[in-house]
Design a protein around this ligand. Structure first.
Ligand code: SF4
Ligand code: SF4
Length: 406
């Protein structure tokens, strides 16, 4: 069911109903890069009752030797740390463990493992135990089934067997599912209807809410298509399931946006404020790669609506990147390629390489695909040229992605 933003909700989000103005450039400088920025709000993460920082630590790019970044986040009041066994060849979990192990009772640590249709309970338990060792802890606050992209993965009875045992042994407190693929809404609906998760972790940014995105790009015909997602988040809230948002930067080309940033808002802060203005969202995670970025990001902590300048920044970004940014979760192009190229997955790894500047992660993920974009090198692209409902040139982007990542 599509949830259109009511006029009042739209005005509230865009700040027309009493937004806190960010206008003075003194404020701008302070909020953009102020080393004094701290977490200003903690939200209850649904039925888990965990009180989590509204902007939280994503560690998909955390590397060996980067303990100082984690310490900085901790000093700034961040208390929710998200990782996965697959991140940075497990360095992410190790680095977090080095810093958070000694202060375990002050923080929440969550991790993830990929559970497929036939993964056994023993294998899941073994994965959890390896994560616990790397993270130097006896338990995780939330353990996620990672990157769920089809309902059958949620129907594996071994997951329930594992959860029952792991909870009884005190190794996990709560469970969740994460997702960002084309069937995200379908998977969320299933997990919520079956009451099988305490927390959901979902890709959610302003480009995925058609009612808002259309208001930015009306003249460009770039309407994002994930119409069921806001309703799924509402359903989660109604069932008291915690909601964590990720991929909130819609591709994260931060450098592209520096020339447009002025009067107290950076693009990242604007994008975060949009996500946090959905009161169904309890926290967002973002990859934190330097103390300076952490200070900038935390300029958006505490907000529950857009600041005056934010819509203009989001609009500028949408116009700059609208036809090169793959939303992934819409998956309207599924089945367009006669050679079975997994287009959204290929373009996601391209995003890791070109936007996140993380060639290693991009290559690792790309090389794990069973089918990649090799076929694109000798293909006219006729079948996929107009398959993207957002105007992304699949035929132009996929072959260079293969050359870069294969
Ligand atoms: S290429 Fe276009 S249609 Fe395909 S997932 Fe990306 S945004 Fe959606
Ligand atoms: S360029 Fe050809 S092989 Fe590649 S995705 Fe398009 S149709 Fe498929």
């Amino acid at each position: 069911m599509t949830r259109d933003l009511s006029r009042r909700e739209f005005l509230r989000r865009t700040g027309a109903l009493g937004a806190l103005p960010l206008t003075a450039s003194a404020v701008a400088e302070r909020d953009l890069h102020d080393a004094g920025n701290r977490v200003r709000r903690y939200n209850r993460l649904g039925r888990t009752q965990l009180e989590v920082s509204d902007i939280s630590f994503g560690s998909s790019r955390l590397r060996t030797g980067e303990e100082d970044i984690v310490r900085h986040a901790l000093d700034r009041g961040i208390n929710y740390f998200d990782t996965a066994e697959s991140y940075t060849r497990r360095a992410s979990e190790r680095v977090l463990g080095n810093v958070l192990g000694p202060v375990r009772e002050r923080v929440y640590i969550v991790s993830k493992t990929h559970v497929d249709d036939n993964t056994s309970a023993e294998r899941i338990m073994a994965a959890l135990e390896r994560s616990l060792r790397r993270l130097q802890t006896d338990y995780l606050d939330v353990y996620f089934n990672h990157a769920v992209n089809r309902v059958s993965r949620l129907q594996n009875d071994a997951w329930f067997e594992f959860v029952e045992r792991a909870k009884r042994q005190g190794k996990i407190r709560y469970t969740g599912m994460s997702g960002h693929a084309g069937r995200l809404t379908e998977c969320l609906d299933y997990a919520l209807d079956e009451d099988m998760v305490d927390v959901i972790l979902v890709a959610y940014n302003y480009g995925q809410d058609p009612a808002f995105y259309e208001s930015l790009t009306r003249s460009f015909d770039l309407i994002a298509r994930q119409p069921g997602l806001p309703a799924a988040l509402e359903k989660a809230k109604l069932r008291d399931v915690g909601v964590v948002a990720m991929k909130t930067l819609a591709g994260g080309r931060l450098n592209d946006m520096r020339p447009y940033e002025k009067d107290g808002a950076s693009y990242a802060q604007a994008a975060f404020r949009w996500t946090l203005s959905d009161t169904n969202v309890d926290t967002l995670i973002v990859s934190m790669t330097s103390p300076k970025l952490i200070d900038e990001y935390l300029g958006a902590s505490g907000w529950r609506k857009l600041a005056a300048q934010d819509a203009a920044l989001l609009k500028a970004y949408a116009h700059l990147n609208g036809t090169s940014y793959c939303r992934q979760a819409c998956n309207d192009c599924a089945g367009a390629c006669p050679y079975g190229v997994p287009i959204a997955d290929v373009l996601r790894t391209r995003m890791y390489a070109t936007d996140y500047q993380d060639l290693e992660m991009a290559q690792r993920e790309y090389r794990a695909f069973q089918v990649n974009a090799a076929a694109c090198q000798n293909c006219s692209g006729k079948a996929c040229r107009e398959a993207c409902t957002h105007g992304v040139r699949i035929d132009v982007l996929c072959a260079p992605t293969h050359r870069m990542l294969a």
